[in-house]
Design a protein around this ligand. Sequence first.
Ligand code: AMP
Ligand code: MN
Ligand code: MN
Ligand code: MN
Length: 280
Amino acid sequence: MLNIDLHCHSKVSDGTLTPTQLVERAATRGVSMLALTDHDDLGGLDEARRVANEKNIIFINGVEISVTWRNRTLHIIGLDVDPKYLPLEQGLAAIRNGRVTRGSKIAEQLDKFGIQGSLEGAYYYTGEDGLIGRTHFARFLAEQGYAKNVKSVFKKYLVKGKPGYVSHQWASLSDAVGWICGSGGKAVIAHPARYKLGKNLLDELLLEFRALGGSGLEVITASHTPEQSLIFAHHANRMNLLASCGSDFHGPEESYFDLGRMPDFPIECMPVWHDWDLRI
Ligand code: AMP
Ligand code: MN
Ligand code: MN
Ligand code: MN
Protein backbone atom coordinates (compact mmCIF):
# COMPACT_ATOMS: atom_id res chain seq x y z
CA MET A 1 0.00 0.00 0.00
CA LEU A 2 1.19 3.49 -0.89
CA ASN A 3 0.33 6.07 1.70
CA ILE A 4 1.27 8.84 -0.65
CA ASP A 5 -1.34 11.08 -2.26
CA LEU A 6 -0.39 13.48 -5.02
CA HIS A 7 -3.83 14.60 -6.18
CA CYS A 8 -6.59 16.12 -4.06
CA HIS A 9 -8.76 19.22 -3.81
CA SER A 10 -9.69 21.73 -1.14
CA LYS A 11 -12.39 24.40 -0.98
CA VAL A 12 -10.06 26.71 -2.86
CA SER A 13 -11.24 24.86 -5.97
CA ASP A 14 -14.06 22.31 -5.86
CA GLY A 15 -13.31 20.28 -2.76
CA THR A 16 -15.47 20.58 0.35
CA LEU A 17 -12.77 20.77 3.04
CA THR A 18 -10.53 23.72 3.86
CA PRO A 19 -6.80 23.11 3.27
CA THR A 20 -6.41 22.71 7.05
CA GLN A 21 -9.21 20.14 7.32
CA LEU A 22 -7.84 18.29 4.31
CA VAL A 23 -4.33 17.96 5.72
CA GLU A 24 -5.68 17.02 9.14
CA ARG A 25 -7.66 14.23 7.50
CA ALA A 26 -4.55 13.09 5.63
CA ALA A 27 -2.65 13.00 8.92
CA THR A 28 -5.37 10.92 10.57
CA ARG A 29 -5.09 8.48 7.70
CA GLY A 30 -1.32 8.24 8.07
CA VAL A 31 -0.44 9.86 4.73
CA SER A 32 3.33 10.39 4.56
CA MET A 33 3.51 12.63 1.49
CA LEU A 34 0.72 14.86 0.19
CA ALA A 35 0.30 17.25 -2.73
CA LEU A 36 -2.65 19.64 -2.75
CA THR A 37 -3.64 20.02 -6.41
CA ASP A 38 -6.52 22.46 -6.62
CA HIS A 39 -7.85 23.22 -10.09
CA ASP A 40 -6.11 26.26 -11.61
CA ASP A 41 -5.35 27.79 -8.22
CA LEU A 42 -2.41 27.91 -5.81
CA GLY A 43 -4.29 29.72 -3.05
CA GLY A 44 -4.44 26.82 -0.59
CA LEU A 45 -0.78 25.84 -0.61
CA ASP A 46 0.58 28.04 2.17
CA GLU A 47 -2.10 27.00 4.65
CA ALA A 48 -1.81 23.32 3.71
CA ARG A 49 1.98 23.39 4.04
CA ARG A 50 1.79 24.95 7.50
CA VAL A 51 -0.50 22.21 8.78
CA ALA A 52 1.47 19.47 6.99
CA ASN A 53 4.65 20.67 8.74
CA GLU A 54 2.94 20.42 12.11
CA LYS A 55 1.81 16.90 11.27
CA ASN A 56 5.15 15.72 9.87
CA ILE A 57 3.73 15.14 6.41
CA ILE A 58 6.00 15.82 3.46
CA PHE A 59 4.12 18.48 1.54
CA ILE A 60 4.38 19.02 -2.22
CA ASN A 61 3.10 22.20 -3.87
CA GLY A 62 0.67 21.07 -6.54
CA VAL A 63 -1.93 22.26 -9.04
CA GLU A 64 -4.27 20.64 -11.58
CA ILE A 65 -4.35 22.76 -14.73
CA SER A 66 -7.30 22.69 -17.16
CA VAL A 67 -6.07 22.31 -20.73
CA THR A 68 -7.65 22.14 -24.16
CA TRP A 69 -5.85 19.77 -26.50
CA ARG A 70 -7.32 18.90 -29.91
CA ASN A 71 -10.73 20.09 -28.79
CA ARG A 72 -10.72 17.96 -25.66
CA THR A 73 -10.31 18.94 -22.04
CA LEU A 74 -7.31 17.39 -20.31
CA HIS A 75 -6.06 17.89 -16.77
CA ILE A 76 -2.35 18.33 -16.21
CA ILE A 77 -1.01 18.04 -12.68
CA GLY A 78 1.97 20.15 -11.67
CA LEU A 79 3.98 18.76 -8.76
CA ASP A 80 6.60 20.62 -6.77
CA VAL A 81 5.80 23.86 -8.57
CA ASP A 82 7.01 27.25 -7.37
CA PRO A 83 3.88 29.26 -6.52
CA LYS A 84 5.86 32.48 -6.93
CA TYR A 85 6.77 31.79 -10.56
CA LEU A 86 5.06 34.65 -12.37
CA PRO A 87 4.10 32.94 -15.66
CA LEU A 88 2.40 30.17 -13.66
CA GLU A 89 0.60 32.63 -11.40
CA GLN A 90 -0.52 34.78 -14.32
CA GLY A 91 -1.49 31.85 -16.49
CA LEU A 92 -3.68 30.43 -13.73
CA ALA A 93 -5.24 33.84 -13.06
CA ALA A 94 -6.24 34.00 -16.73
CA ILE A 95 -7.83 30.54 -16.52
CA ARG A 96 -9.77 31.59 -13.42
CA ASN A 97 -11.05 34.68 -15.27
CA GLY A 98 -12.21 32.40 -18.06
CA ARG A 99 -14.08 30.36 -15.45
CA VAL A 100 -16.02 33.45 -14.33
CA THR A 101 -17.20 34.07 -17.90
CA ARG A 102 -18.02 30.40 -18.40
CA GLY A 103 -19.94 30.38 -15.10
CA SER A 104 -22.20 33.19 -16.32
CA LYS A 105 -22.81 31.35 -19.58
CA ILE A 106 -23.70 28.15 -17.73
CA ALA A 107 -26.19 30.10 -15.60
CA GLU A 108 -27.70 31.76 -18.69
CA GLN A 109 -28.22 28.41 -20.34
CA LEU A 110 -29.75 26.90 -17.24
CA ASP A 111 -31.95 29.97 -16.96
CA LYS A 112 -33.24 29.44 -20.50
CA PHE A 113 -33.91 25.85 -19.53
CA GLY A 114 -36.09 27.08 -16.66
CA ILE A 115 -33.63 26.82 -13.78
CA GLN A 116 -33.29 30.21 -12.14
CA GLY A 117 -30.74 31.54 -9.69
CA SER A 118 -27.98 29.06 -10.45
CA LEU A 119 -25.17 31.63 -10.59
CA GLU A 120 -25.81 32.84 -7.03
CA GLY A 121 -26.54 29.25 -6.09
CA ALA A 122 -23.20 28.06 -7.43
CA TYR A 123 -21.25 30.93 -5.86
CA TYR A 124 -22.76 30.01 -2.51
CA TYR A 125 -20.68 26.81 -2.71
CA THR A 126 -17.38 28.38 -3.74
CA GLY A 127 -14.76 29.15 -1.15
CA GLU A 128 -13.93 32.73 -0.25
CA ASP A 129 -11.91 33.92 -3.29
CA GLY A 130 -12.29 30.37 -4.58
CA LEU A 131 -12.79 29.63 -8.23
CA ILE A 132 -16.07 28.68 -9.86
CA GLY A 133 -16.54 25.37 -11.61
CA ARG A 134 -19.16 22.90 -12.71
CA THR A 135 -19.03 21.12 -9.33
CA HIS A 136 -20.41 24.24 -7.63
CA PHE A 137 -23.33 24.29 -10.06
CA ALA A 138 -23.80 20.57 -9.45
CA ARG A 139 -24.02 21.08 -5.69
CA PHE A 140 -26.64 23.79 -6.14
CA LEU A 141 -28.68 21.67 -8.57
CA ALA A 142 -28.50 18.63 -6.30
CA GLU A 143 -29.53 20.67 -3.29
CA GLN A 144 -32.50 22.02 -5.30
CA GLY A 145 -33.54 18.45 -6.03
CA TYR A 146 -32.83 18.37 -9.78
CA ALA A 147 -31.11 15.00 -9.33
CA LYS A 148 -30.37 12.71 -6.42
CA ASN A 149 -26.68 13.58 -6.08
CA VAL A 150 -23.79 15.50 -7.61
CA LYS A 151 -22.79 12.61 -9.86
CA SER A 152 -26.23 12.29 -11.45
CA VAL A 153 -26.58 16.07 -11.77
CA PHE A 154 -23.47 16.03 -13.93
CA LYS A 155 -24.93 13.38 -16.19
CA LYS A 156 -28.25 15.15 -16.55
CA TYR A 157 -27.16 18.77 -16.79
CA LEU A 158 -23.46 19.47 -17.01
CA VAL A 159 -21.77 17.17 -19.51
CA LYS A 160 -21.51 17.65 -23.28
CA GLY A 161 -24.93 17.72 -24.93
CA LYS A 162 -26.78 18.68 -21.73
CA PRO A 163 -28.46 22.04 -20.98
CA GLY A 164 -25.80 23.42 -18.64
CA TYR A 165 -22.79 22.46 -20.73
CA VAL A 166 -20.72 25.29 -22.20
CA SER A 167 -17.71 24.44 -24.32
CA HIS A 168 -14.66 26.33 -23.19
CA GLN A 169 -11.12 27.06 -24.31
CA TRP A 170 -8.69 26.28 -21.47
CA ALA A 171 -4.89 26.71 -21.51
CA SER A 172 -2.85 25.08 -24.27
CA LEU A 173 -0.88 21.96 -23.41
CA SER A 174 2.38 23.69 -24.19
CA ASP A 175 1.55 26.67 -21.94
CA ALA A 176 0.50 24.45 -19.02
CA VAL A 177 3.55 22.18 -19.24
CA GLY A 178 5.74 25.24 -19.82
CA TRP A 179 4.48 27.00 -16.67
CA ILE A 180 4.94 23.87 -14.57
CA CYS A 181 8.41 23.02 -15.86
CA GLY A 182 9.47 26.68 -15.91
CA SER A 183 8.66 26.88 -12.21
CA GLY A 184 10.85 23.84 -11.51
CA GLY A 185 7.98 21.36 -11.21
CA LYS A 186 7.08 18.05 -12.81
CA ALA A 187 4.10 17.74 -15.16
CA VAL A 188 1.87 14.66 -14.94
CA ILE A 189 -1.18 13.78 -17.06
CA ALA A 190 -4.08 13.29 -14.63
CA HIS A 191 -6.44 10.28 -14.89
CA PRO A 192 -5.39 9.41 -18.49
CA ALA A 193 -8.04 6.71 -18.98
CA ARG A 194 -10.78 9.32 -18.58
CA TYR A 195 -10.03 10.87 -21.98
CA LYS A 196 -10.87 7.67 -23.85
CA LEU A 197 -8.21 8.31 -26.48
CA GLY A 198 -7.64 5.70 -29.17
CA LYS A 199 -4.15 4.25 -29.54
CA ASN A 200 -2.98 6.75 -32.18
CA LEU A 201 -4.26 9.83 -30.43
CA LEU A 202 -2.89 8.62 -27.10
CA ASP A 203 0.53 8.10 -28.65
CA GLU A 204 0.40 11.58 -30.17
CA LEU A 205 -0.50 13.06 -26.80
CA LEU A 206 2.23 11.18 -24.93
CA LEU A 207 4.89 12.06 -27.49
CA GLU A 208 3.88 15.72 -27.59
CA PHE A 209 3.65 15.88 -23.79
CA ARG A 210 7.09 14.38 -23.38
CA ALA A 211 8.61 16.64 -26.04
CA LEU A 212 7.21 19.65 -24.14
CA GLY A 213 8.97 18.48 -20.98
CA GLY A 214 6.20 16.41 -19.36
CA SER A 215 7.35 13.77 -16.86
CA GLY A 216 4.64 11.36 -15.93
CA LEU A 217 1.24 9.70 -16.01
CA GLU A 218 -1.15 9.25 -13.15
CA VAL A 219 -1.30 5.47 -13.05
CA ILE A 220 -3.17 5.04 -9.76
CA THR A 221 -6.28 7.21 -9.43
CA ALA A 222 -9.88 6.76 -8.39
CA SER A 223 -10.83 7.16 -12.07
CA HIS A 224 -9.01 3.96 -13.06
CA THR A 225 -10.05 0.37 -12.71
CA PRO A 226 -7.21 -2.00 -11.72
CA GLU A 227 -7.01 -3.03 -15.40
CA GLN A 228 -6.67 0.58 -16.53
CA SER A 229 -3.89 1.12 -13.99
CA LEU A 230 -2.01 -1.81 -15.54
CA ILE A 231 -2.59 -0.48 -19.05
CA PHE A 232 -1.32 2.99 -18.17
CA ALA A 233 1.63 1.60 -16.23
CA HIS A 234 2.55 -0.08 -19.45
CA HIS A 235 2.10 3.11 -21.50
CA ALA A 236 4.23 5.02 -19.01
CA ASN A 237 6.98 2.47 -19.29
CA ARG A 238 6.79 2.29 -23.05
CA MET A 239 7.03 6.09 -23.32
CA ASN A 240 9.66 6.53 -20.63
CA LEU A 241 7.30 8.40 -18.37
CA LEU A 242 7.19 8.21 -14.57
CA ALA A 243 4.16 7.07 -12.57
CA SER A 244 2.12 9.12 -10.12
CA CYS A 245 -0.71 8.27 -7.74
CA GLY A 246 -3.50 10.31 -6.24
CA SER A 247 -6.98 9.89 -4.86
CA ASP A 248 -8.55 12.94 -6.57
CA PHE A 249 -10.31 13.35 -3.22
CA HIS A 250 -12.86 16.19 -3.21
CA GLY A 251 -14.54 15.60 0.14
CA PRO A 252 -15.91 12.85 2.34
CA GLU A 253 -19.34 13.03 0.68
CA GLU A 254 -18.36 13.02 -2.98
CA SER A 255 -15.26 10.89 -3.54
CA TYR A 256 -14.62 7.27 -4.40
CA PHE A 257 -11.20 7.14 -2.78
CA ASP A 258 -10.38 8.71 0.52
CA LEU A 259 -6.99 10.35 1.00
CA GLY A 260 -3.91 8.14 0.78
CA ARG A 261 -3.81 4.36 1.16
CA MET A 262 -3.47 3.80 -2.60
CA PRO A 263 -3.00 0.39 -4.15
CA ASP A 264 0.66 -0.30 -4.98
CA PHE A 265 2.00 0.64 -8.39
CA PRO A 266 2.25 -2.15 -10.94
CA ILE A 267 5.76 -3.55 -10.70
CA GLU A 268 7.15 -1.87 -13.82
CA CYS A 269 6.46 1.71 -12.63
CA MET A 270 9.10 4.26 -11.71
CA PRO A 271 7.53 6.66 -9.17
CA VAL A 272 7.54 10.34 -10.08
CA TRP A 273 9.25 11.03 -6.72
CA HIS A 274 12.12 8.56 -7.29
CA ASP A 275 14.77 11.29 -7.46
CA TRP A 276 13.20 13.86 -5.11
CA ASP A 277 15.09 15.03 -2.08
CA LEU A 278 12.36 14.24 0.42
CA ARG A 279 12.61 16.32 3.52
CA ILE A 280 9.84 17.86 5.52
P1 AMP B 1 -14.74 22.10 -14.40
O1 AMP B 1 -13.22 22.12 -14.37
O2 AMP B 1 -15.35 23.30 -13.78
O3 AMP B 1 -15.27 21.80 -15.78
O4 AMP B 1 -15.17 20.91 -13.47
C1 AMP B 1 -14.52 19.67 -13.54
C2 AMP B 1 -14.75 18.95 -12.23
O5 AMP B 1 -16.07 18.49 -12.17
C3 AMP B 1 -13.88 17.72 -12.07
O6 AMP B 1 -12.66 18.04 -11.50
C4 AMP B 1 -14.71 16.89 -11.11
O7 AMP B 1 -14.49 17.36 -9.79
C5 AMP B 1 -16.12 17.25 -11.48
N1 AMP B 1 -16.72 16.28 -12.42
C6 AMP B 1 -16.52 16.20 -13.75
N2 AMP B 1 -17.28 15.23 -14.29
C7 AMP B 1 -17.97 14.70 -13.27
C8 AMP B 1 -18.94 13.65 -13.16
N3 AMP B 1 -19.36 12.99 -14.23
N4 AMP B 1 -19.44 13.40 -11.93
C9 AMP B 1 -19.03 14.08 -10.85
N5 AMP B 1 -18.13 15.08 -10.89
C10 AMP B 1 -17.62 15.37 -12.07
MN1 MN C 1 -12.73 18.69 -9.39
MN1 MN D 1 -9.24 16.11 -13.04
MN1 MN E 1 -8.68 16.43 -9.63
